[in-house]
Design a protein around this ligand. Structure first.
Ligand code: SF4
Length: 450
């Protein structure tokens, strides 16, 4: 069957979203055009995630649903489930045409050529000296671009599949990253998001330059208004990076810094190599150098052996730090990871109950922090229409908070405009454009177009 159209379904993290842009680039280079939905596509690519158990089940049931259609599409499996399950996915259904892991995405064109010959290729594994970055990319946003800086991870936290599904850490060359970002700025994108599982352990393979140097060089590229990065590991955060954040106004006043647990006993079992006290000390240094920085974190609830006292320490840490956003998950045992064999496993009902309590607390704190912003004026980069209403815009402030506000006819996608906050929820702010005279002080602070 000649494939003419494709549709990509993406699960999981920012890295996967960016991989989908790379997949789209390769499919287009092979002559395929995007379809509006999976329903009408000749090829459906499932770009999968296996960080938690449920997404794996979802992929299997999605294969069943697509393959059960009267005229099933060809199904391509990419992402972490492809790496983890490999050739066994071909047995799930005859409709599965190829399996390509995250380390082999640049060879997707080869897989498509093999598919044309009616083969069912399986490409997995990693080249330790290589990264998947640099192929043709179809950008999904006209305002923000994602750029891979580090792939894979060497940390081997005992709960995490990433070192197995994305391989060991590989940093891209400094010059290569800068060239890609310059290309995005020249194309008119206003914000760049640098990606890596432990981005702050970056080391240029050619010069040894560290992440602080790279971040400053990226921020100095003309045309870019903002630079963000994700994800940082607490144990790799050094003074040079804090100084870069403090010195450069283009670097977003937002930092995602996973803590995973507030209990030293659990942190040691997780192999985080960073204690509660070290984490809190890092937060204090960050806040002293970058006042008002918006912090978010990841927390795992119900890690094997987590007692009520350990969980209470996670809640207490949330109270103490007051994160703008918390991404919390119930522990799920992942194949090949040490924690899957740890005992005792926490009962599911206990995990659910703890997760519920944690979300109640984090939502309360997020709401309180957001309410403190009511009445202030924020420089918002407009991303597009608000999901709630086409007569509203949605954008993000310098600290990454989401803000929705009514359109006035004076702004366009990609503009950075002053918006006064008039109401707050736990997960987003509501604003309005102030009069031009009220905007003057904000303009004087140099926010760009208003
Ligand atoms: S730092 Fe730990 S949790 Fe993060 S990707 Fe690496 S192994 Fe996974």
């Amino acid at each position: 069957m000649r494939l003419r159209t494709y549709f990509i379904e993406t699960w999981g993290c920012q890295m996967n979203r960016h991989d989908s842009e790379l997949i789209a680039g390769q499919l287009r280079a092979h002559g395929l055009a995007p379809a509006l939905s999976a329903q009408g596509a000749d090829l459906v690519v499932l770009n999968t995630c296996s960080v938690r158990e449920r997404p794996v089940h979802k992929v299997v049931s999605r294969i069943g649903a697509l393959a059960g259609r009267p005229e099933p599409p060809v199904i391509g499996i990419c992402g972490c489930v492809a790496e983890q399950e490999g050739a066994s996915l071909l047995k799930r259904s005859g409709a599965v045409g190829f399996v390509v892991g995250p380390g082999e995405l640049r060879r997707l064109g080869e897989a498509l050529t093999a598919l044309d010959r009616e083969e069912r290729p399986v490409l997995t594994g990693f080249d330790a000296a290589d990264t998947t970055a640099g192929g043709e990319i179809v950008r999904s946003s006209s305002t923000r671009g994602m750029v891979t800086v580090v792939e894979g991870c060497n940390e081997f936290c005992t709960f995490c599949v990433v070192p197995y599904t994305r391989g060991r850490e590989r940093s891209r060359a400094f010059a290569e990253v800068l060239a890609e970002v310059r290309g995005l700025a020249a194309a008119g994108l206003r914000e760049v998001e640098l990606l890596g599982q432990t981005i702050n352990s970056y080391r240029c393979p050619a010069t040894g330059a560290d992440f602080a140097e790279l971040l400053q060089a990226v921020a100095a590229i003309p045309g870019l208004a903002r630079v963000r990065f994700i994800t940082s590991h607490p144990r790799h955060f050094n003074e040079r990076l804090i100084a870069a954040l403090a010195a450069c106004p283009k670097i977003s006043r937002y930092l995602h810094l996973p803590v995973q647990s507030g209990s030293d006993r659990i942190l040691a079992r997780m192999h985080r190599r960073s204690t509660r006290a070290e984490y809190l000390e890092l937060i204090s240094r960050l806040r002293r150098s970058v006042p008002g920085i918006n912090l978010s974190t990841d927390v795992i609830v119900g890690f094997p052996g987590e007692e009520e006292e350990d969980f209470a320490q996670s809640l207490a840490l949330l109270e103490e730090v007051r994160f703008g956003q918390v991404f919390a998950f119930a522990f799920s045992p992942r194949p090949r990871t040490p924690a899957a064999r740890y005992r005792p496993q926490v009962p599911e009902a206990t995990k659910t109950e703890r997760l519920h309590r944690l979300f109640e607390l984090s939502d309360r704190i997020s709401l309180e922090l957001n309410r403190e912003l009511i009445g202030s004026t924020i420089a918002v980069l407009i991303d597009g229409d608000s999901r709630r209403d086409q007569w509203w815009w949605q954008g993000r402030g310098e600290d990454n908070r989401v803000l929705n506000f009514p359109k006035t006819g004076r702004e366009a996608i990609g503009d950075i405009v002053g918006v006064r906050v008039v109401a707050a929820g736990a997960h987003a702010l509501i604003g309005e454009r102030p009069s031009l005279s009220a905007l003057l002080p904000v303009l004087e602070r140099g926010i760009g177009a208003a």
